[in-house]
Design a protein around this ligand. Structure first.
Ligand SMILES: O=C(O)CCC(=O)C(=O)O
Ligand SMILES: [Fe+2]
Length: 690
């Protein structure tokens, strides 16, 4: 197993080494390209600014999460229904979902109209790891169209200029063809201006390419630097969850659960498929906020939650994913989304991007109209003492803005709003306090592998940085190698073990054979001794020889195995435990019993004893057939066997008594006169007749 661990370490080190080399290359390349693209972007900003002030439309470059969001002012985004009701304020166009919401609506100050909304141009760039921008469809793979989607559109006629793939951005001619009309309309007319834009775009592309690396670096730094205030909030517990939420989930887990039944348990925004329900307990929200504020104040590095929110926290970098967000998605949210959104991958959500967004009077106040890079989004309000800041929802992104009708939804602390990621929505400005929200963008690779939700194309997946294969794939290969190595190692160990066992078995066999012979020999001597007893004149020499050759302690057969004869092993004393001092006498009794038994009955009885030698079990095929014994066939139990031998000895002695009385003198004289060696020889061929 030690060799195995070494292989693991070796393989993983190799993998990490390759991975880091690839990352370094990527970093360098990205750094070089960033500077040139930055300039281009600046120029583009200028152009758009000029254009925004000059023309009566909003230059909205909606990036569809992975591209540039160029919007002159964020307050222009809630220009809800403005096209349908010219002159009406965006907020007037919002329809409320509940009575409470209606009251809320009446209290709201009218927002700026589109006409007066064009203030400062703003470039909002989605800041997510590249793989989250457009089609991370499996580990390390990315949708090929990774460059920003430049969607430059007046509000009333959104124009989506699909992006050329990265390679083509480098192809100036192609870019010119694709973008010249729009850029011209925005005031980009000279060759120099055009060049500058190209540089900026390229820089943005490259910046995005590095995002996963910088995120990994931040994650590592946070792990090193940051000490949590409430470590327990990182691990999802049932006690964090609102009782009603648990009931809803319980219902969804039931086999008879259906959408209609579920809808009775939720607040629904009619026609929008937006649902509201309690998610967390108030106390948990407070503790989570304390933890997040503690992190905010710490020296740990922080990334922007996305391209649109400037303030907030990426929960994966802080370490919330594995212990909190993933189980929340898998165990609690998926049963709900399975019933509510089977058509949007609600049944197969398999990853997420989770973050917290923060709104404050001196920071972000609201969030522009947008859609998410998600199949389903859960947005939970965490607090803190804010007023206003409701959400509003329009149609799915495919529906032209001019045809969209929006509705405002009150967002209450501890409650969640569940909606399709591709449904257009935004957050209205807060008027006081802070507003913190937990956002979980839930994704289904099954869905996005077919159609990228950001560029609406079938994604052609690219290998991510880190070699030709994804990290997981490589890890799987290492695992396979390890399994094979383990198999070989384990087989070797098994082979060794069985070889030892086989050797031991054959040793035992040899030992048994020798012991058998020895038993016969002793038996012969015993017999001679008996006869000497009956015929004192002839037997004295044999009796003497017996006592000299076979002392009454364990005999040794050094010539056979170079080890002591072990009577205990042979006889298996487990069933008849004895004090050490009694062993020798008992051994001899038993030996005598066996010796006679060998002659009286089938010698194979000896092998039955060996089988009960359970410290060295004999494998299949080595079992000896059980003889029919006077005490019954196949008795393995040691003391039973021992008793049977004793009984046999007793009967043997009785027989012997009878025989000595009835034997003729001549017979006895002939036997007694035989030399001992000859007797032994005869005994070994098992032909002694008594
Ligand atoms: O601020 C909010 O509640 C909306 C956040 C949101 O829609 C998003 O992050 O995708
Ligand atoms: Fe959103």
């Amino acid at each position: 197993m030690d060799a195995l661990s070494k292989t693991v370490v070796l393989e993983i080190s190799k993998l990490v080494e390759i991975e880091s080399k690839m990352l370094k290359i990527e970093i360098n390349r990205g750094r070089n390209e960033i500077s040139s693209l930055t300039e281009k972007l600046q120029l583009m900003e200028k152009l758009l600014y000029m254009q925004g002030n000059r023309q009566d439309f909003t230059a909205v470059a909606m990036v569809r999460d992975r591209g540039l969001v160029l919007q002159p002012d964020r307050t222009t985004q809630p220009a809800i229904n403005s096209s349908q009701h010219p002159g009406e304020s965006p907020r007037d166009a919002i329809t409320s979902s509940t009575t409470e919401d209606t009251n809320q609506q009446q209290r709201v100050e009218p927002a700026q109209s589109i006409e007066n909304a064009v203030l400062e141009p703003e470039i909002v760039i989605k800041e997510e790891p590249l793989e989250e921008q457009c089609g991370v469809f499996d580990n390390r793979s990315k949708c090929e169209s990774v460059n920003p989607v430049v969607v430059i559109a007046p509000v009333k006629s959104e124009v989506d200029l699909c992006p050329p793939p990265v390679r083509q951005v480098a192809d100036k001619q192609q870019f010119r063809l694709d973008y010249t009309p729009v850029l011209r309309s925005l005031g980009c007319v000279t060759e120099q201006q055009f060049e500058e834009i190209l540089v900026k775009i390229q820089q943005e592309v490259d910046r995005r390419k590095c995002l996963d690396i910088t995120s990994a670096e931040r994650t590592a730094a946070i792990r090193d630097i940051y000490r949590p205030l409430h470590p327990h909030v990182y691990h999802l517990q049932e006690s964090f969850l609102a009782p009603r939420f648990k009931q809803i989930v319980e219902y969804c887990r039931g086999i008879s659960a259906c959408e209609e039944g579920l809808l009775e348990l939720l607040d629904e925004m009619p026609g929008h498929r937006v649902y509201r329900f309690p998610v967390f307990e108030k106390q948990f929200c407070e503790e989570l906020l304390q933890e997040l504020e503690h992190f905010e104040k710490s020296a740990a590095p922080k990334g922007r939650p996305n391209t649109m929110n400037h303030y907030g926290i990426l929960l994966n970098e802080l370490g919330f994913d594995s212990g909190f967000i993933s189980p929340l998605r898998e165990l609690y949210l998926r049963p709900i989304t399975t019933l509510l959104y089977p058509d949007c991958g609600g049944h197969c959500l398999d990853s997420q991007k989770a973050f917290v967004v923060k709104y404050d009077i001196n920071e972000d106040l609201d969030l522009s109209y947008h859609y998410d890079n998600a199949e389903i989004t859960l947005n939970v309000s965490l607090g803190k003492d804010f007023t206003e800041g409701n959400l509003y929802f329009g149609n799915m992104k495919q529906v032209p803005l001019s045809e969209s009708e929006c509705a405002e939804v009150e967002h209450r602390v501890t409650e969640g709003l569940l909606h399709r990621g591709q449904q257009m929505h935004g957050a209205l400005p807060i008027s006081s306090g802070q507003r913190w929200n937990l956002i979980i963008w839930m994704r289904a690779s099954e869905v996005r592998n077919k159609l990228c939700p950001m560029c609406q194309r079938k994604p052609s997946l690219l290998e991510g940085a880190g070699g030709t294969r994804g990290f997981r794939t490589q890890l799987a290969m290492i695992w396979e190698k390890l399994t094979k190595a383990a198999l070989v190692e384990i087989s070797n160990i098994a082979d060794e073990c069985s070889a030892v066992l086989h050797t031991e078995i054959s040793l035992h066999k040899t030992e048994n054979e020798a012991l058998k012979k020895r038993c016969y020999s002793l038996e012969v001597q015993l017999r001679a001794a008996r006869e000497a007893q009956s015929y004192p004149g002839h037997g004295s020499s044999l009796a003497h020889r017996h006592s000299a050759d076979q002392p009454h302690h364990s005999p040794e057969i050094e010539g056979v195995f170079g080890k002591d004869w072990c009577m205990e092993l042979w006889r298996d004393d487990k069933a008849l435990p004895r004090e050490k001092g009694n062993v020798d006498a008992a051994a001899m009794t038993s030996l005598q019993a066996q010796t006679i038994d060998l002659i009286e009955s089938d010698p194979e009885l000896i092998f039955v004893k060996e089988e009960s030698y359970d410290d060295h079990p004999i494998g299949h095929g080595h079992h000896m057939p059980l003889p029919e014994t006077p005490t019954g066939a196949g008795i393995f139990e040691n003391n039973m066997l021992h008793r049977s031998v004793e009984q046999q000895l007793q009967s043997e002695l009785n027989n012997f008594q009878l025989m000595t009385e009835s034997h003729s003198t001549s017979q006895a004289c002939t036997q007694a006169a035989l030399p001992t060696e000859h007797l032994i020889d005869e005994a070994t061929i098992n032909t002694i007749d008594i």
